[in-house]
Design a protein around this ligand. Structure first.
Ligand code: 9MR
Length: 377
């Protein structure tokens, strides 16, 4: 109790006076210890972090995180760029790092419409592949990649982003060529490749009621075929105001009826935007315009406080549903690493995470700690 009070007081000081206090606090705070009995907490690692070239990030990973995800290095184009070429070196290093820090190791993503080489969808003559050929390629890919890390990668995003925002099936090449069988084959094969691994469906904007319903339908139909889908990953690419806590909560509760719920790609975008964009459709981009790059000299205190409050509210919700949530993963370690520096507009200075560009915790980290300690006491 006494310790709690000191932390709360220090947190307020940090929020008001900035980063001197944060260095000391960082030493005594560990997110993975705080959430030890609740859910895994982690971050996506980029290539440099996974391959030991960013020791300051690794210190954060070791201190704070009990799970890791690979931001890009297990995507099809990275790990399997040519029909008979596999590039396992970065993924091997990633898995070794997770073992070293005794973390729950996630694989991302076996089947996606993005970052998949053209040859996957074509025959030898460059014409569209037929269904049997495409599914054979999918099977070989999953058996090779998930098979290599059998017993080492603990859970896989088997299919990523198969739905449109209105809950209908995305008209991807996977779907157009193979129909629903692209889903069934993926889960069936993943289970064969590593029978003990957890198998997930992962998507963005799952707080939207229509997309939530679409995901429930999709997962139920797979489970009805006897296929294993352990859980649903809600990518948390959210904003300062939207979605509301209630919208997020409704999806957490609905998904928990089908399996585990994970918040898989958490970041809070604080930058203005030319559209009402939400989610993470990487094709939805805009030309650079300085008027949308508003915080090049640092995040104003007022916005910093808003971000801290938003993270506190979100984690209060996660903590409330700790019986349903098994993992929360930030999409990146520090603000410098975030994909939001380049999306939906390239070359901006973005602030979506809880560690800043100097590897220092932001007020958001202490706000999370305070909020959860309050809930626990
Ligand atoms: O953060 C990732 C970025 O570095 C890549 O360029 C991009 C394309 O591969 O993918 C980003 O991660 C995406 C994730 O794999 C799936 N959900 C949306 C994420 C943000 O685009």
């Amino acid at each position: 109790m006494r310790k709690n009070r000191i932390l709360v007081a220090a947190g307020v000081a940090l929020a008001t006076f900035g980063s001197v206090a944060s260095t000391n606090l960082a030493e005594e705070t560990s997110l993975k210890k705080i959430f030890k009995d609740d859910f895994y907490i982690g971050a996506a690692l980029n290539h440099r972090q996974a391959t030991g070239q960013d020791p300051k990030a690794e210190a954060i990973i070791a201190q704070h995180f009990s799970t890791i995800s690979p931001e890009n290095l297990l995507k099809w184009e990275s790990v399997h760029p040519q029909p008979t070429t596999f590039n396992y070196k970065p993924a091997d290093a990633y898995v070794a790092l997770g073992k070293k820090h005794k973390q729950f190791i996630v694989g991302h993503a076996l089947v996606w419409h993005q970052q998949t080489p053209k040859w996957v969808f074509e025959d030898e003559a460059g014409q569209p592949a037929i269904k049997e050929q495409l599914l054979k390629r999918q099977t070989e890919h999953i058996m090779a990649v998930a098979g290599r890390y059998k017993g080492q990668i603990n859970g896989w995003d088997v299919v990523n982003e198969a739905l449109n925002d209105d809950g209908t099936m995305r008209q991807s090449k996977w779907y157009k060529i193979a129909g629903d069988d692209f889903l069934a084959n993926a889960y069936q094969t993943a289970q064969k490749a590593d029978p003990k691994a957890e198998l997930y469906y992962n998507d963005y904007n799952l707080w939207k009621p229509a997309k939530r319903d679409g995901a429930i339908k999709l997962v139920k139909s797979l489970q009805a075929k006897g296929l294993k889908v352990t859980g649903i990953g809600m990518q948390g690419h959210w904003g300062l105001e939207s979605p509301s806590i209630q919208q997020i909560e409704e999806s957490i509760v609905a998904f928990s009826k089908l399996g585990n719920v994970m918040i898989t790609e958490l970041d809070i975008d604080v930058l203005p935007n030319p559209s009402n964009r939400a989610g993470a459709d990487i094709d939805a981009t805009f030309e650079f315009d300085q008027k949308y790059n508003v915080y090049t000299n640092g995040l104003p205190n007022e916005v910093q406080q808003k971000l801290a409050k938003r993270y506190a509210d979100i984690f209060t919700l996660f903590h409330k549903h700790r019986d349903k949530i098994t993992r929360v993963t930030f999409w990146g370690v520090t603000d410098a690493d975030s994909w939001l520096n380049d999306w939906p507009i390239k070359g901006r200075t973005s602030y979506p995470l809880i560690f800043d560009r100097n590897y220092q915790p932001k007020p958001a980290l202490q706000a999370i700690v305070q909020a959860v300690k309050k809930e626990k006491s």
